[in-house]
Design a protein. Structure first.
Length: 408
């Protein structure tokens, strides 16, 4: 990945200690709103650095994703972007995006998420009971951080308990970018798609209190959603609903275990501080876990349909643009003392879950799971501490933490 550089404002940059990275970003954001970068795949792209500029872009309908969805353009990214992801709801544009999102939001209602909270607390308690009973050194990722969101996602979609092991295996394959052959990934995705299609058909015949039933019977101007419209919604929730949430939960715990003052604060009032702690984990936990920070990269990009000037920078028709969550979440113009990990922070306009039209569909569920996961863990095990170094999987698109040894 390459870009033009200026002394003290290079982009990309790194690796740097987190505090130095924030200072580098301060100079960069003062210098320009965005940088043009050549990605390893897909060519050039504008990467936006400023928080307010990113919000403006995300709310502008002149930026679309259709050329990526149709395959007309290669997605500018660090790795070959999985074809499967281009079929999810996040690559749709209005009016189809508007229709599908409206119906999906009805299905993932605040009431449904509130109703799920009690079951999330109960299941978190069961997982913690198991760890306490087994004792010794436990691996928090498979025993807690991954198990909690996969249970919640399976419950939301209506996947029977007996099918959850293979559902997790298929779902994990959706984010592989190395280590598995294209044939293996294609086979897993085919099986997952066939399984979900069959489950949708069952819910059409016998509705239950789950998301697939709600989507299968959702109506928009007397039109029910087709399987082809429901699947992109379900797949998007699968991608974001367990892998990303598990990563946020694991890095959140690690950041707290390496921040004595913030951990002590949380232990003093787990339920009261869980909401602001969850937002700060989304904004800053990857920078607070004690490893060098690389500056560079963006989320799923857009293409300008016409010449658009954003924050004084012309983005020409046909050019790709995205934003760097690390930069926009550490913009001192909107985040006070951005280098500080502060779980009491109440003004926290991070964009980790995007914004506007493409705001994360599962954000309410992800926030609830993160709040419950953090609060219940430190409520039950206030003396939790590290028992080794975490392990990350660099062969998966999201590069998740796969192991976090802890004890108490």
């Amino acid at each position: 990945m390459t870009a033009s550089t200026d002394a003290g404002t290079e982009y990309p940059f790194g690796p740097l200690p987190a505090t130095e990275a924030v200072e580098h970003l301060r100079r960069l954001l003062a210098d320009r709103p965005m940088s043009k970068v050549t990605m390893p795949y897909g060519g050039d792209i504008w990467i936006v650095h400023r928080n307010r500029t990113a919000r403006q872009l995300l709310g502008d309908p002149r930026f679309v994703r259709e050329p990526f969805r149709t395959g007309e353009r290669v997605v500018p990214f660090f790795v070959p972007f999985p074809d499967f992801l281009r079929s999810t709801l996040q690559f749709e544009d209005p009016p189809q995006h508007t229709k599908l999102r409206k119906l999906a939001q009805k299905a993932i209602s605040p009431r449904r998420v509130r109703d799920m909270r009690d079951s999330a607390v109960a299941f978190a308690g069961e997982l913690i009971d198991g760890m306490l009973a087994r004792g010794g050194v436990r691996d928090l990722v498979p025993e807690y951080a991954l198990s909690l969101p996969i249970e919640m996602l399976s419950s939301l979609l209506g996947v029977p308990s007996s099918d959850r092991e293979k559902f997790e295996r298929w779902s994990s394959s959706t984010l592989s970018v190395a280590g598995r052959s294209e044939e293996e990934i294609a086979a897993d995705l085919g099986e997952l798609s066939a399984y979900m299609t069959d489950l949708i058909a069952k819910r059409r015949e016998e509705p239950r209190d789950d998301l697939l039933s709600a989507l299968a019977h959702a109506r928009e101007r007397d039109e029910t959603l087709t399987d082809a419209e429901i699947l992109p919604i379900a797949f998007l929730l699968i991608v974001g609903g367990f892998d990303n949430t598990a990563t946020f939960l694991a890095t959140g715990v690690l950041s707290l275990l390496r921040s004595d003052d913030q951990r002590a604060l949380l232990v003093s009032d787990p339920d009261g501080l869980a909401p602001t702690a969850a937002e700060e984990i989304l904004r800053h936990s990857q920078w607070a876990i004690g490893y060098p920070v690389f500056g560079g990269g963006g989320l799923v990009p857009f293409v300008a349909t016409e010449d658009v000037e954003v924050d004084g920078q012309l983005i020409a028709a046909g050019e790709a643009v995205s934003f760097d969550p690390g930069a926009v979440n550490h913009d001192a113009e909107v985040v006070e003392n951005p280098a500080r990990f502060d779980i009491t922070r109440t003004d926290n306009p991070h964009l980790m879950l995007s914004h506007g039209l493409h705001h994360c569909l599962g954000a309410p569920l992800a926030r609830m799971e993160l709040q419950v996961g953090i609060a219940e863990l430190f409520k039950r095990i206030p003396g939790l501490h590290l028992a080794g170094e975490p392990v990350f999987n660099r062969d998966v698109l999201t590069q998740p933490m796969t192991s976090l040894p802890v004890t108490w």
